[in-house]
Design a protein around this ligand. Structure first.
Ligand code: AVJ
Length: 319
């Protein structure tokens, strides 16, 4: 049983972290993509964030998946090919697949071969009855899906965690359009979105009292020092997460505590005292926002599953 799981390798060009980070540091205001948060330490810190009392997102989404799995599976219908952008969210994917009566197969799509292999292997152990067809590809680019092992009624793309909120408005729309294209007419997207609520609760969720989120954000600099040979003085930066009401999103910045310089790739980047570098968006939605985004990307809201307080929602958007 040591055979390596077959993987469909579309050989995506690997993006160059060094040049992307340098480009962001040369912009005004400076910015670094939140996708670089997730090295081993960052992923472990994110797990810790999920256990903080203020960070309600993950436990609320899991609760919806647990309590309403029957209705969710029924809304998806039988003989579904389940697709995921990203390596699979472990327990959420497992919960969904277990609830679906007759999934045709599970197709995780990720640019990282190693992450794809590890998560596909773990899921195979947990759900030996479901065929898994991992595809190594860049899901922001056009791609065609492998042939399903048996006739499929509907392709459904699962995108939990309010990960869409980490994209800019334009990039989020482009991603939803890509999802629409992958599932095809008659298909659907099941997407987890964090809903608008009081500024106090939103800001508390991104500024936990134990300081785990601050450590998570600052770990980005630790990673750039280690992997790119940068020389950020990590203790001279501070985490700040604030809700931008007009944009409808939490915006996380790293604030330079003094005037300082950072060297990277033979270049020097100057930070003013108090200068804010953008490192993350976490957009929040109301149902009108969701309907507008869906219709702009060729999708329509078919069903909404949410917790009793309406804090978080799993939206079934049909293509
Ligand atoms: C898992 C990316 C959706 O934006 O809420 C948690 C990441 N950042 N705390 C989010 C995160 C700060 C999280 N996502």
């Amino acid at each position: 049983m040591n055979a390596v799981m077959p993987l469909i390798d579309l050989r995506p060009p690997v993006e160059d972290m060094l040049s992307e980070v340098c480009r962001g540091l040369a912009q005004t205001p400076k910015r670094i993509s939140s996708k670089y948060f997730y090295d081993a330490r960052g992923s472990a810190l994110f797990e810790q964030i999920c256990a903080q009392p203020e960070y309600y997102l993950t436990r609320t989404e899991l609760g919806i998946l647990q309590q309403q799995i029957g209705a969710i599976a029924e809304a998806l219908g039988p003989d579904v090919l389940l697709i995921e952008f990203g390596s699979g969210s472990g327990i959420k994917t497992e919960r969904l697949l277990r609830g679906m009566r007759t999934p045709v197969a599970y197709v995780p799509i990720d640019i990282s071969r190693s992450a794809l292999r590890a998560s596909a292997e773990a899921l195979r152990q947990a759900l030996p009855g479901v065929p898994i067809i991992p595809v190594c590809a860049d899901f922001t680019q056009a791609l065609s899906l492998p042939t399903a092992p048996r006739p499929t009624k509907r392709r459904v793309l699962f995108f939990p965690g309010s990960t869409l909120g980490n994209f800019s408005t334009d990039d989020a729309l482009a991603l939803l359009r890509r999802m629409r294209q992958v599932v095809g007419t008659g298909g659907a997207v099941l997407i987890g979105l964090d809903m608008k609520k009081s500024v106090e609760r939103l800001e508390a969720a991104y500024n936990d009292a134990a300081g785990v989120t601050a450590e998570f954000t600052l770990n980005l600099l630790v990673r750039l020092n280690r992997e790119l040979g940068a020389d950020f003085a990590v203790d001279r930066f501070r985490h700040r997460a604030r809700y931008n009401r007009l944009a409808g999103r939490i915006e996380t910045h790293l604030l330079s505590q003094c005037r300082q310089q950072v060297s990277l790739d033979g270049q020097r980047f100057e930070f003013a005292a108090g200068e804010a570098m953008l490192v993350e968006y976490s957009a929040k939605y109301d149902q009108t926002d969701v309907e507008r985004m869906a219709s702009k990307s060729g999708l329509a809201v078919e069903r909404v599953f949410s917790d009793a307080e309406g804090d978080f929602s799993l939206q079934l958007l049909s293509a």
